[in-house]
Ligand binder design. Structure first.
Ligand SMILES: *Cc1c(COP(=O)(O)O)cnc(C)c1O
Length: 378
């Protein structure tokens, strides 16, 4: 399952969804119903019709759209089942006509049927699939939330709960008969030790294992320690991952300043000697994090040019004093490679005190997404 929520992790849904489907993805995952409808509109243009999962739940009023556009929702509350059943009956669906993915909370306390306090909750939800419901359970899903931890203790606890839930689902014949997938785990699970545990549990219950692949799909390892240049890669695949996205802007103008001159809002940087500055066309509204001011360098002519002063909404200022020949219009790389120098998503994320998921999904809507064919020599 190719996870294309949040505009395909900031890469552009319209570019990525068709690419994923034509490369063989049978499923696309998004979070919300508006995202799902967008994905449906894009994906229905291609010859293969992909299934679309909305992982964020069903809000009141979303049932009719889910049914009308063949969106598969993940569900975990009776209210969600009410919403979907009413919409399905209104649309004239027969019993067992509409698939849902039943989410189990195996430890995150976020979404999914909880098992901790009260097993009745799962029993009540399963009972709803007995009496000629228009819905059926196609997958049992959970989110493994610590697949990147080396001791595997959290995952082990999650697998115990998942197995218990699968046992309960199997004890309801109407559910057991139609259940096809065990959907567990994201990039870190697929690339680490949890992959085998998911496969083994799926086999035990005669299900097909499904992984919901997000970050790794875009060529980024899900842990900083298992990135391609690490000495001791934890995971199995990172050597074969290459980032899909480069984020670039350009130099708008240049100026020379003398010692004592302040740069940017509130003068947080004061020149101690004459400097040459380049204004770039990227600011925090584009996703260039404000924390990067006075802390991080971007690539100009293959060299790191420090961001000086605060990042503004639309622009930032680079110190190019030491970089010869910088001109208006020069390419500036925020993320990616230039003349053999690279800035990785992990590096940018760590300087911004966050993770690559946030850096990528934070790239602003006004930054044009372009499908640039890589030269074979690159
Ligand atoms: C976002 C998400 C994924 C993908 O996670 P990655 O770590 O980016 O691979 C998988 N499952 C669920 C439920 C998610 O919300």
């Amino acid at each position: 399952m190719a996870v294309v929520k949040a505009d395909a992790y900031g890469h552009g849904l319209a570019l990525c969804a068709p690419a994923a489907v034509s490369a063989g993805a049978q499923w696309l995952a998004v979070a919300t119903m508006p995202e799902a409808l967008q994905a449906r509109a894009i994906a229905s243009g291609s010859s293969e019709e992909a299934r679309i999962l909305a992982i964020g739940g069903v809000l009141p009023g979303w049932g009719a759209e889910a049914i009308g556009s063949r969106i598969t929702p993940s569900v975990w509350t009776l209210e969600q089942l009410d919403e979907l059943e009413i919409a399905a009956r209104a649309a004239g669906l027969r019993s067992g006509a509409f698939p849902v993915h039943l989410e189990i909370d195996t430890g995150m306390s976020r979404q999914g049927v909880g098992l901790d306090s009260n097993r009745d909750e799962l029993a009540r939800i399963l009972a709803r699939f007995k009496e000629s419901s228009p819905l059926y359970v196609e997958a049992v899903m959970t989110h493994l939330y610590a697949s990147d931890e080396s001791d595997g203790e959290r995952s082990a606890r999650q697998f115990e709960r998942l197995e218990e839930a699968l046992g309960m689902v199997r004890s309801v014949p109407e559910c057991a008969a139609r259940l096809e997938y065990l959907s567990a785990g994201a990039s870190a699970a697929l690339m680490g030790a949890d992959a085998e545990a998911v496969a083994a549990l799926a086999q035990k219950f005669e299900l097909r294992p499904m992984f919901r692949l997000g970050l790794a799909l875009y060529g980024i390892a899900p842990c900083s320690a298992c990135s391609a240049d690490s000495e001791a890669p934890k995971a199995q695949l990172p050597g074969r991952l290459a980032p899909v996205l480069a984020w670039k802007t350009r130099v708008v103008s240049l100026r020379e300043i003398s010692a004592g001159t302040e740069i940017g809002y509130n003068g947080t940087f004061v020149a101690t000697e004459p400097m040459r500055l380049a204004l770039i066309s990227a600011g925090y509204a584009d996703g260039l994090d404000r924390r990067l001011g006075n802390r991080f360098g971007l690539l100009v002519r293959g060299e790191r040019a420090p961001i000086v002063g605060r990042v503004s909404m639309d622009v930032a200022v680079l110190d190019v004093t030491e970089i010869a020949g910088v001109e208006t219009g020069d390419e500036v790389v925020i993320l990616g490679t230039q003349d053999g120098e690279s800035i990785s998503a992990w590096e940018l994320a760590e300087a911004s005190e966050t993770v690559p998921w946030e850096v990528l999904t934070g790239i602003g809507a006004r930054v044009p997404r372009m499908n640039v064919q890589l030269k074979s020599s690159a």
